[in-house]
Write a protein that binds this ligand. Structure first.
Ligand SMILES: [Fe+2]
Length: 222
């Protein structure tokens, strides 16, 4: 299993000025702090608030529903950071997948809620069935394939539901909102390639915010 230790940030980061999102994040922080011993409860208690946020279609600006041709995930997928806690224990971001594009099969390594905001997606959920002892090797089996409509929410509670691939099946890009208990874009996580029974580390990054490692690389190049 890969672990990444990231330095704390100087302060909480907001990439969008939205009273709806601010109020939601306050609720998430209260609930996640009071249920830190039981993440099943965290997700169950958050879900109705998240549902409310998803049905409000005005708070997410145009900038955060754009595809990104430079995407590190490939396929023009935009991953737009909206909020990141100072200690990186909570992030909110939008994921924009162009029509017919599919994410790599990947994990998240933290509790989370993902809700569809626009478009339609097909999600394939996998489970790892090997021991994980052999480096670079992984065997997956499909747990479920489901279609998602705007307003649908699914839960991540590793290992349950943590490995998946998502495809846009609408004519327009799909947009999903992610609430994750880590700095998902900046940690090293896993990408799975079932055809070769293999797994490799990857860092998805964000389309609008560097990770510390990227900043260091950029400085080194100057
Ligand atoms: Fe995902």
């Amino acid at each position: 299993m890969t672990h990444t230790i990231l330095e704390p940030l100087p302060e909480d980061q907001w990439f969008i000025d939205s009273p709806e999102l601010r109020s939601f994040v306050t609720t998430v922080r209260e609930i996640s702090a009071s249920t830190s011993e039981n993440r099943t409860q965290t997700l169950a208690r958050l879900e109705p608030y998240f549902q409310e946020l998803l049905v409000q279609q005005k708070w997410l600006g145009e900038k955060f529903v754009q595809v990104n041709p430079e995407s590190k995930m490939g396929g023009g997928i935009g991953q737009w950071l909206l909020y990141r806690a100072k200690d990186r224990s909570l992030t909110v971001f939008s994921l924009v997948i162009p029509p017919d594009s599919t994410t790599p099969i990947h994990d998240h390594l933290a509790w989370g809620l993902i809700g569809l905001y626009k478009g339609n997606q097909q999600e394939t959920v996998y489970r790892r069935v090997d021991s994980g002892d052999s480096e670079g090797h992984a065997e997956l089996e499909v747990v479920e394939v489901r279609s998602l409509q705007p307003g649908d929410i699914y839960r991540l509670l590793p290992p349950d539901g943590d490995i998946h691939a998502v495809k846009t099946i609408s004519q327009t890009a799909s947009v999903s909102i992610h609430i994750l208990g880590n700095d998902t874009g900046c940690i090293l996580r896993h990408q799975f390639i079932p055809e070769s029974h293999s797994v490799k580390s990857f860092r998805s990054g964000y389309s609008n915010a560097p990770c510390k490692e990227e900043e260091e690389k950029e400085h080194a190049q100057v």
